[in-house]
Design a protein around this ligand. Sequence first.
Ligand code: HEM
Length: 520
Amino acid sequence: MASFSSSSSSSFSLSTLSPYYHLIFTGLAFLVSAFIFFISSRSKSKRLNLPPGPPGWPVVGNLFQVALSGKPFFQYIRDLRPKYGPIFTLKMGTRTMIIVSSAELIHEALIEKGQVFANRPRENPTRTVFSCDKFTVNSALYGPVWRSLRRNMVQGMLSSTRLKEFRDVRSLAMDRLIDRLRAEAKSNDGLVWVLKNARFAVFCILVSMCFGVEMDDKDIERIDDMMKTVLITLDPRLDDFLPILSPFFSKQRKRVMEVRQEQIQTVLPFIEKRRSILKNPGSDMTAAPFAYLDTLFDLEVEGRKSSPNDAELVTLCSELLNGGTDTTATALEWGIARLIENPDIQSKLYAEIKSTVGDRKVDEKDIENMVYLNAVVKELLRRHPPTYLSLTHAVTQPATLGGYDVPTDANVEIFLPPISEDPNLWSEPEKFNPDRFASGKEEADITGLKGLKMVPFGVGRRICPGLGMATLHVNLMLARMVQEFEWSAHPSQRKIDFSEKLEFTVVMKNTLRAVIRPRT
Ligand code: HEM
């Protein structure tokens, strides 16, 4: 998922756990906790029929096998799948992870038993700080708080009517993106970084939608840097899985509190500015008529007496910014890489743009008329879902899945790529081929309502509420970038390297730097 300050699996990267910690703490963990923990956890899990999984070590389970494998977590579980099948268990210290990765099982969990599997697991202490104790859409337990926050985000911000109101914001951000690319290319022999520029453009849109106050590039970059620092701080630590080791992490815990303070200090002035604009209408002629914040100031949340306080407002704004930035920019990077790899697809796309809009700029209203563009974006989300693991689910009560037990304290991880790679569902699934959709030969409902064939946004009650906005952003950016420039590979690159790495989302291992040539 998406990279949220309060999600629990999308930025999961055990490769960040240092082997040094392992050496020190494995021994300690054995000595201090073995007796109590081992006896109690064995007797508990013996009664359960958990999915199979690789044998682990006492106390720590599979934790260090994962950490020391040298592989990103998604690669580790991809490699286990042929042996253990589409549902298996990893014991990560005190946490039980159940990894689910087939269309049938995902359907069973998130659609057939959707209400039961719509919960989120307990947070680790760092996430508790940044989510204000689960006070965000993505981290809230399935219940009244989640319902209030999600309804507000969808109706107040992400509905198609609301989205239309931000058309000018997107149009400005697109012009800004094209200008930045042009300037960067000019001073670098035609070379541009794709991810960085796409990221900045999406962030500009989301910042405007969120705060509704004017900001220069410096302000935006400052908030963006802050958000990145938060995401790094949220990387899992050893004591998240073995809480008994937490006394050894006091320095890191102190750092968490410092970063949280910095986050509040960075974001709060913009919240205060908006508050003052609303109190004094007309005082700032540059202010937007509407912003996400406006829906939050007096938000009534079921089961709570007061509206969100300042720290909670910071958290809710950060959720909107984080949820939509890296995910969307990642899709763009893979998209441009695929167009460079397939010049015929790029030409076909350009031809469609030309025939649809002629010499004027692509407008978002044109998108629904561009069948091939939509097919390219859909194929992109099928072949390269920006997050390989959806946000972590949990059950509201003991349940079964595929005939196995799922206890309430288990993290249910939905691993997405095997569905869009399944040869029983797709012809030549490894091939990037927008024509499968454009020709009408293959189809897939991205919301999962008419069957599960690709699930880049998850499915069921917790499906990504930003789905509509995200696909609009990817379509619009791709169309403008191809309309303005012809994209080709860096001269030193004979072939594009499609290796992946985990960096909040799954991005290209070798960050894409491409050559652009203005079309006119
Ligand atoms: C290409 C872009 C995006 C992708 C691939 C994506 C993907 C996802 C996925 C896989 C989930 C987890 C679903 C689950 O728990 O089963 C999710 C949840 C979520 N996404 Fe997105 N997302 C994208 C863009 C956005 C945008 C633009 C926003 C809002 C600005 C957003 C906000 C959220 C929120 C709030 C949740 C949590 C929903 C809940 O727990 O009820 N996402 N997203």
